[in-house]
Every structure is written in C-alpha cells, then in structure tokens.
Design a protein around this ligand. Sequence first.
Ligand SMILES: CC(C)(COP(=O)(O)OP(=O)(O)OC[C@H]1O[C@@H](n2cnc3c(N)ncnc32)[C@H](O)[C@@H]1OP(=O)(O)O)[C@@H](O)C(=O)NCCC(=O)NCCS
Length: 144
Amino acid sequence: MPTIIPYTLDRHAEVLALMEATPGLAVREADSREATARYLERNPGLSFLVEAEGRIVGCAMSGHDGRRGYLQHVVVAPEYRGQGLAHALITRCLDGLEAQGILKVHLDVFADNDLANRYWTRRGWQRRDDLIRYSLIRGENENV
Ligand SMILES: CC(C)(COP(=O)(O)OP(=O)(O)OC[C@H]1O[C@@H](n2cnc3c(N)ncnc32)[C@H](O)[C@@H]1OP(=O)(O)O)[C@@H](O)C(=O)NCCC(=O)NCCS
C-alpha cells in the first residue's frame, strides 16, 4: 500500500530517477543531492514522498521565504496516478506551511504542460495571467 513518508536525503537518487522519467518536469543542477540537502535543511518537515513496494513513486517539495510558500516537484509515477496520492502529498505540504503561518502558496508550471495545467485548475489553484516571471542566471551554465 502506498505510504506518505518524509523526504529524506537517502532517497534522493530515487526521486531524481522518478523526475527524470516524467515528461513535463525539468531537472536542473538545483536538483543535485547537495542542493536538495540545502533545501531540506532550510525547509524541514515540508517535503514528502510516496513509498510503495519499497520504491519511491511520488514526491512533493515545499518551502517558504517567510512570506509566501512555494510548491515544487509534484510528481506521481504513472501507474500510481488517479488514486489521490498527489492530493495527499500536497495536503501535507500545505498543512505544514499553514502551521508556520504561510497561507498563500505559489507554484510554477510550464505553459505547455497541459496535464499539469488542467490538474491545478481543477484543484482550485488560481492561474496567474497577470504576472510574468523573470529569471536571471549568474554565470555561463544555463542548467543551474
Ligand atoms: C499531476 C499529478 C502529480 C497528479 O497526480 P495524481 O496522484 O494522479 O493526482 P490525484 O490522484 O491526487 O488527483 C486528485 C484529483 O485531481 C484529479 N486529477 C488528477 N489528474 C488530473 C488531470 N490530469 N486533470 C484534471 N484532474 C486531474 C483527480 O481526478 C482527483 O480529483 P477529485 O479529487 O475531484 O477526485 C500527476 O499526473 C503527475 O505526476 N504528472 C506529471 C508531473 C507533472 O506534470 N507535475 C506537475 C508539475 S507542476
């Protein structure tokens, strides 16, 4: 039976493999073991995994900057979709953020990820067509 467990660094390689196998997600150097360790240390108790039959089949990471929450890397393996696992993961993240006083949460979705855009809209997340995100990369590496 799938079980929600805290994201611990020893499962990082399995999470990365799940993300790499999932169309619609970008895996960057910011997803390295070192960067993930930093993220989990800065945002303890706010990222979760789904374990089923000894392997990782789902993930949701969240954190906050003191004002707003951020949800990222929400993914469930295809054969485990449609049984409420993403919903359970996200609820754990949102409950954890709310317990720390964070009531508004943002997430990024690629504009062409139709599945994800339908998902968030259906789940009541407000699509923000009034905002444009700008990003700046320091250095030459486009994949940070
Ligand atoms: C998006 C994703 C995480 C959903 O995982 P999931 O475990 O199947 O979702 P759930 O079973 O928790 O779905 C919860 C609800 O959303 C609905 N739902 C699930 N997938 C949906 C979809 N593609 N479109 C619309 N509704 C959807 C379910 O019917 C359910 O609705 P209900 O509560 O009214 O019954 C999964 O499809 C996935 O991993 N996609 C690829 C990765 C990705 O694009 N992630 C988002 C990056 S921002």
